[in-house]
Design a protein around this ligand. Sequence first.
Ligand SMILES: Cc1cc2nc3c(=O)[nH]c(=O)nc-3n(C[C@H](O)[C@H](O)[C@H](O)COP(=O)(O)OP(=O)(O)OC[C@H]3O[C@@H](n4cnc5c(N)ncnc54)[C@H](O)[C@@H]3O)c2cc1C
Length: 407
Amino acid sequence: MEPLFQSSVDEVDRLVGLKKEELSMLEDADAAAGELLVSEFEKYVERKFNPEASEVLKRHDLMGVPIDVKYGGRGARQLAESLFLERMGQTGMGVITFADVHLCLGSLGVQDWGTEEQKGRYLPKAAKGEVVFAYGLTEPEAGSDPSSMKTSYVKDGGGYRLKGSKYLISNGSIATHMLTFARPEAEGKKPTAFIVDTKSDGFSVDMRLEEKIGLFTSDTSMLTLDDVYVPREDVLGEEGKGFSVAYSSLLNGRIGIGSGCLGVMEDCLNQVKERATSRVQHGKQIAKHQLIQKHVAYIESSLEASRWLVYRAAMKKDECDRDRKDLRLRADADRLSAVAKYVSSRSAFESADRAVQCFGGFGYSIMSPVAKHFLDSRVARIYEGTDEIMELKIASSVLGQEFEAYK
Ligand SMILES: Cc1cc2nc3c(=O)[nH]c(=O)nc-3n(C[C@H](O)[C@H](O)[C@H](O)COP(=O)(O)OP(=O)(O)OC[C@H]3O[C@@H](n4cnc5c(N)ncnc54)[C@H](O)[C@@H]3O)c2cc1C
């Protein structure tokens, strides 16, 4: 399994030069992914959440991959973080969901938008895994359209009281803190981003969503905030700028999901290669049948095409991080992250489907290594922006703001 991933690392290193620290982080990622394979598969078969994901990442010092070294993280650029998530993606989208939410949405949200005091308070603990983030944007009546958000807040002394429900939240019942969004009760005012301590009075997990069609190893929960008090020092970014925080975290998150999808395709390719060269039908290895080769060619081409899109988006994001004031660069990074997520999530699901096909009847069994990818990768076309929302976003980035479909 490793050679495919290693060739990515070698190539990126040859082209852009990875730092010594990034290379050693990627060695740790390789070891962690190797360790996680077994528990991920066992928990998937039992249809259970896998608590090992965070434990293994902690053990290998991977809970703070993109967090600055001065806050105790590994200081990886987006490109190196993408390689990390690519390797993790070989274990499946369960680990990716956990890591993407904690790292790309939560930790980077605080790193990009937090005050020095907030960064000092949260990031060292996040890097150690003592703080685990969730990201609560979706609500029962506000999915693709966050502007219909109902969660509201009122000011109370030196802080705020939040009231509302957050729905389908990954890491929702295991997180210590959630980045979340609420609007002032007064009509017409814009939402604000908050860091909410999940141990606060009034914060409750109503339900863990167990009846998913896949992604069993990842925690997905429904949450209620009933007059949850949040002190002023836990407002993230400026009051009224909640959507800027939400969307910039999603830019990071979409590159993360795209990166995980590369790992899914790599594993599909490896599994198909192994199966198709060992299974014999009509007197020869099925890999010698040209129609099976068509599937192999599809997966390989999709993987290579998606790799370029994901790495390109990651490099643009790195460029953007060097000059945070350049709004044109940010818009480019936003467009490229949507393209990368859109193409690689569709390709990962199609690759998993073709891998199931190559496995034949065994592919349809829960016990086959590719069925897990088939069930798990479907979600990547839904969360952090559905296919349709990505299409609208990509189209308006080409056509211009006046063609935005829902403004
Ligand atoms: C397993 C899982 C984990 C998740 N984790 C998180 C999380 O950690 N945090 C979080 O905040 N959310 C999370 N989500 C929620 C996810 O982001 C939403 O499900 C997603 O954004 C879609 O919202 P919705 O489900 O309300 O669908 P809807 O918005 O109701 O959409 C239904 C359909 O209508 C389409 N549609 C909507 N508007 C338009 C339009 N204008 N034009 C064309 N088509 C449109 C959509 O593309 C979709 O096909 C998770 C979801 C799942 C399934």
